[in-house]
Ligand binder design. Structure first.
Ligand code: G3H
Length: 214
């Protein structure tokens, strides 16, 4: 199971979390990545953890003020990017172009979706993975795997029907090793989480717990 920690814009120390994640990944042998604010990509990558962007713009080099160029994210140390996160929705055309930009820069991609129908549509665009996250469960205390297991199982089936090479992750409320194990039981191959780590008093213990039942 891939554990992808999105720090969003939380008031946390991205480098301390990156160092903790690198240590837990090394000790456990599990794959953990951290997605900080774009301005902190280099600092997080320098901490030695797999680093992801939260978003890249669907543009090439040129006159695109305020954009996050995929090549710039890659140069800063990112190896992958989220696209179409629930808090950073984009149009279908921009999702397609964003995937093209990520591909051009050599970034892995996770395209987010709200539900199984969107997951199928997302899979049709050919990302490396689709992450299904019911928006109403994001930032909550109960994991999607227990609060709405059907949305995960149905997304796994819907994506496999479109393209069985696309992985399915799930997210929203994931914060414990039991949540990760439950997601795996439903067919997910990764989890996308944020508040459970970013808002924790001791992020390293949460990270250790997250990989404890894989
Ligand atoms: O990107 C992460 C997801 O939106 C889940 O956030 P959460 O773990 O705070 O529910």
């Amino acid at each position: 199971m891939f554990v992808l920690v999105n720090l969003k814009a939380y008031d946390c120390d991205p480098v301390a979390i990156a160092e903790a994640a690198a240590e837990v990944a090394d000790a456990s042998g599990e794959r953990i990545a951290v997605a900080p604010q774009a301005a902190r990509l280099s600092a997080v990558a320098d901490a030695g953890v797999e680093t992801w962007a939260q978003h890249v713009s669907p543009v090439e080099h040129g006159s695109h003020t305020g954009s996050t160029l995929a090549e710039a994210a890659a140069d800063a140390g990112a190896v992958g990017t989220l696209l179409n996160h629930s808090e950073r929705r984009i149009t279908l055309a921009n999702a397609d172009d964003g995937l093209g930009a990520a591909d051009r820069a050599g970034l892995d991609t996770v395209l987010c979706a709200n539900n199984p129908a969107q997951a199928a549509a997302a899979a049709a665009l050919g990302p490396d993975a689709v992450a299904v996250e019911p928006p109403e469960l994001i930032g909550g205390d109960e994991s999607v795997a227990s609060a709405d297991p059907a949305v995960v199982e149905e997304s796994v089936e819907a994506v496999a029907d479109v393209d069985d090479s696309v992985e399915v992750f799930c997210g929203a409320g994931v914060s414990t090793g039991a949540d990760v194990a439950a997601a795996a039981d439903l067919g997910a191959t990764g989890v996308l989480l944020a508040s459970g780590v970013a808002k924790a008093d001791e992020p390293e213990s949460v990270l250790r717990d997250l990989v404890s039942e894989i």
